[in-house]
Design a protein around this ligand. Structure first.
Ligand code: PGA
Length: 244
């Protein structure tokens, strides 16, 4: 199964997100070997879900809070997300780590809760430009993976997606060389416990488009992509899906 995960970030108004979901539904060619997941803003989840409910396209959220319920102003729980048809949740995106000071400890708490609730976490890891220049990229990625996965209570049907996203290429239009992404995917796999390896899928994110998408998935180390900019219009996103 190859994943195509669309992170719409805060880029679309509610009605634009609903329209894009509707257009996608009407034009997508269903393929049982590909899983398309769209992640709109919280406010658009309900209406987008209604658009895609009868299709194979799945719904994801861009964030979550790790408590079930309580006095957490402005936050959204996994129970609330599940009620909206959400099956996937992006956790620890670099933009949240940077602008919302999200820590590895919070990422870990969110992953734990998602696994417990049966929602598939899409854990984002990746080095900054500075970390890369200092030769710390590998160490940083391994560290983020290890911390995100601490004390996770794996269940029979647990699935976890790890997205390797070099922070410095996100939104630049210039992805890393596929070889580089594959090297990191291999490193991530080596960090994982072999007994539970079959529960994990590694995807790549960072300036993926219709032209470069196929190159990341050769050799089977990477099983999908997390896409920002190129998922925001049908004319870019459809050919991207087709080329996976
Ligand atoms: P991009 O974003 O495809 O626009 O680089 C990817 C992401 O932030 O997940």
């Amino acid at each position: 199964m190859k994943y195509v995960i669309a992170n719409w970030k805060m880029q679309l108004l509610n009605n634009e997100a609903v329209k894009l979901a509707r257009d996608l539904k009407q034009n997508i060619v269903e393929d049982e070997n590909k899983k398309v997941v769209i992640c709109p803003s919280f406010i658009a989840l309900n209406q987008v879900w209604q658009e895609i409910a009868e299709t194979d396209v799945a719904l994801g959220s861009q964030n979550v809070w790790y408590e079930n319920k309580g006095a957490f102003t402005g936050e959204v729980s996994l129970d609330q997300l599940q009620e909206m048809g959400v099956e996937y949740v992006i956790i620890g995106h670099s933009e949240r780590r940077e602008y919302n000071s999200e820590t590895d400890i919070q990422v870990n708490a969110k992953v734990k809760k998602a696994v417990e609730k049966g929602i598939i976490p899409i854990i984002c890891v990746g080095e900054t430009k500075k970390e890369r220049e200092n030769g710390e990229a590998e160490k940083q990625v391994q560290n983020q993976v290890a911390q995100a996965l601490q004390n996770i209570g794996m269940q029979e049907n647990t699935k976890i997606i790890i997205a390797y996203e070099p922070v410095w290429v996100i939104g630049t239009g210039q992805a890393v060389e596929p070889e580089e992404a594959k090297k990191m995917a291999e490193l991530i796999k080596n960090t994982l416990n072999e007994e539970v390896m079959d529960k994990f899928t590694i995807v790549y994110g960072g300036s993926v488009d219709a032209q470069n998408v196929a190159s990341f998935m050769e050799e089977g180390l990477i099983d999908g992509v997390l896409v920002g900019g190129a998922s925001l219009s049908l004319d870019k996103f459809l050919p991207l899906i087709e080329n996976v």
